[in-house]
Design a binder for this molecule. Structure first.
Ligand code: FES
Ligand SMILES: [Fe+2]
Length: 453
């Protein structure tokens, strides 16, 4: 069957029109070919820093990373660094990570808990909300130097759907308007009940947009991740575009790719998924085609037993991945059990590098025997109770990140794409209709770069 590019595949044709899973109307983003220099030129990188990064809402981290007043974590993006903290009134605050005295970085640890911030250079101290607490030997300053009273430079900071968002621009539109996703979309997954169980920041030798592009389509699965074909329907992926550069793909999981000749037998991959849903593969008598629905039913039953509320999630949401992109640099792989919060963070200075920063979030239940699903790829022996926040693991270029086979495959591929793109012989990417999310993302980026936003 020819690809219907005005519609593409639809995961649930019976979804009510106003439901979150309904197919969105086609957005015509044209057929332009962008110049490849956006992926490697320092000039384009500088423009992004001048016109885009300081003006957009960025996800600094999950809300559950801050539990008590004084808890803080550092969020770095490109050359900027922020301290995110919970103040004494339980308000989340975001400050530039810099001391107003002589510009020392205020906080050096990635996370911690303090009653107030004290600078390591001359011990000036600041309250959690950014107000000045004390200046060492204050009488040695002429009063004019301390007028106005120094305090931390703060940025806008909001909580939404269990996530902490910041914006460096005082004039940026309100967060809810900016996100572009319908009300209830992120909320239905209850990220506020999820805890970081793993955090890996690995450096890749590619531009951050190359990371975005690779994670925004399922077109490469058959070639780069062929092992997924027994459990993912790469040709049945529903691509939807939302305002302001947001987008999603619904990847049907627990379903074989139509590229697999044998559509009937329940092989090891599907058996693994059945077991992971708390069911027994020997109890399942149907063919591979019915496994997805069987798993959906099993997960509903298990959730009820565990007291996990799945009432806002459709059956398809129980198996499928809703890979959701929020402009500019986030994709969240949303699942009922948890989420992968992936951020594509530009390098401080080199357009040919970025950080693939991924936080695995898990929603625990009261029953401790219920733990992170095996497909989420957590190494053995990690604490999944949500009680301790794991340290961020930092992985250098070319080192194995230990994120599982699929991500190892991507991390090997992207530097090669980055190198290829820099050839004089490459004229720019030719995006097809399985790559509509990529085009949608670049269109939005262009609006910032061209001064339309
Ligand atoms: S630079 Fe922070 S106290 Fe001097
Ligand atoms: Fe990939």
């Amino acid at each position: 069957m020819a690809y219907n590019y005005e519609h593409g595949p639809v995961v649930n044709p019976n979804a009510p029109e106003d439901s979150l899973e309904a197919k969105r109307p086609y957005v015509d983003n044209g057929t332009d070919v962008v110049s490849p220099d956006r992926y490697y030129s320092p000039e384009f990188m500088a423009k992004e820093w001048e016109r885009m990064w300081p003006r957009v809402w960025l996800i600094a981290g999950p809300r559950t990373d801050l539990r008590e007043p004084g808890d803080y974590f550092v969020f770095n993006v490109g050359p900027e660094s922020f301290v995110i903290t919970l103040d004494d009134n339980h308000v989340v605050r975001a400050h530039y990570n810099v001391c107003p005295h002589r510009g020392n970085q205020l906080v050096l640890n990635e996370r911690g808990s303090v009653p107030r911030f004290t600078c390591s250079f001359h011990s000036w101290s600041f309250e959690l909300d950014g107000q000045l607490n004390s200046i060492t030997d204050e009488d040695s300053f002429r009063p004019e130097v301390l007028c106005p009273r120094p305090q931390l430079s703060s940025v806008r900071c909001e909580e939404h759907a269990g996530l902490i968002w910041i914006n460096m621009d005082g004039k940026a539109p309100p967060l809810k308007e900016y996100i572009g996703l319908p009300e209830g979309y992120l909320e239905s997954y209850r990220i506020e009940d999820m805890f970081a169980v793993r955090h890996v920041s690995s450096e890749w030798a590619a531009n951050w947009k190359n990371g975005i592009d690779a994670f925004y389509e399922s077109y490469h699965l058959h070639a780069v991740h062929p092992q997924t074909s027994t459990v993912m329907d790469d040709l049945g992926v529903q691509y939807d575009l939302y305002p302001n550069g947001a987008s999603r793909m619904i990847v049907p999981i627990c379903k074989k790719s139509p590229r697999v000749p044998d559509q009937e037998s329940v092989d090891a991959g599907l058996e693994f998924m059945i077991r992971d849903a708390g069911a027994d593969p020997t109890q399942y008598e149907g063919s591979a085609i019915g496994v997805r629905e069987f798993i959906q039913r099993s997960k509903r039953v298990r959730a009820e037993k565990l007291g996990l509320d799945y009432s806002e999630l459709s059956d398809a949401q129980l198996t499928d991945s809703w890979a959701t992109g929020i402009f500019p640099n986030v994709q969240i792989g949303l699942h009922p059990e948890g989420a992968f919060l992936m951020r594509f963070l530009p390098h401080e200075s080199d357009p040919n590098r970025f950080y693939y920063d991924t936080i695995t979030l898990f929603r625990p239940a009261d029953d401790p025997s219920y733990t992170v699903p095996a497909w989420m790829g957590l190494p053995e022996g990690m604490d999944t109770s949500g009680e301790t926040r794991p340290d961020t693991e930092h992985v250098g270029i070319g080192e194995p990140a230990g994120l599982g086979l699929v991500l190892d495959q991507d991390s090997e591929l992207l530097p090669v794409v980055q190198k290829g793109m820099r050839s004089r012989g490459f004229r720019g990417p030719l995006w097809g209709e399985q790559e509509v999310r990529i085009r949608h993302f670049h269109k939005e980026l262009d609006r910032y770069i061209n001064g339309e936003k």
